[in-house]
Design a protein around this ligand. Structure first.
Ligand SMILES: [Zn+2]
Ligand SMILES: [Zn+2]
Length: 174
């Protein structure tokens, strides 16, 4: 298995299955869904009412020792932060990455739900963080998935595809 999706706490299984199928198409990799990890209470910051994504990332890395070649992508349905940023959509190291679903929903901004848009955003953020685990850095092309998203408008504009330069780098690192 190349990439393993790990629900961290409760994640709707329809989201996981959808992401698994979409990632297989975009990345041309074998994707599996692992059994869920417990809710990440160890990462909760009461003052901020947010979860420290680095703590969840460390937990994922410690889990993956048995499968050194696979990349782990954790999915969390809580708002994540990394100081000094107010929030992050996700965080990645070289072995594992984590994304938050919370800010990808229209409802978070008081807008009506849009399931297709939500699933596209989940895919975009997942591909971006997995790109980092394969050694890609941020790209200045704002139509490339490796462009850094400061806002959801950035995420929606860039979509889930790599630009030709990032695609080439990715294939070298696969
Ligand atoms: Zn990034
Ligand atoms: Zn690029």
């Amino acid at each position: 298995m190349d990439i393993i999706l790990v629900p961290v706490g409760e994640i709707d299984s329809a989201i996981l299955i959808n992401l698994k199928n979409d990632l297989a198409k975009v990345l041309k990799k074998e994707i599996a869904i692992d059994k869920p990890l417990p809710e990440p209470e160890y990462a909760f910051n009461k003052e901020r009412n947010q979860y420290l994504s680095t703590a969840i990332l460390e937990e994922l890395i410690s889990r993956k020792k048995t499968l050194p070649r696979a990349k782990f992508l954790g999915l969390v349905d809580h708002d994540l932060y990394v100081p000094p940023l107010n929030f992050v959509f996700g965080e990645a190291g070289r072995q594992a990455a984590v994304i938050s679903l919370t800010r990808l929903r229209q409802e978070f901004y008081g807008l009506p739900a849009d399931e297709n848009l939500f699933l596209k955003r989940v895919l975009t953020e997942a591909v971006h963080e997995i790109g980092h685990t394969y050694g890609l850095s941020h790209c200045s092309n704002f139509h490339c998935v490796m462009f850094f998203s400061n806002t959801l408008a950035d995420t929606d504009r860039k979509g889930f595809n790599f630009c030709p330069l990032c695609e080439r780098k990715l294939n070298q690192n696969y």
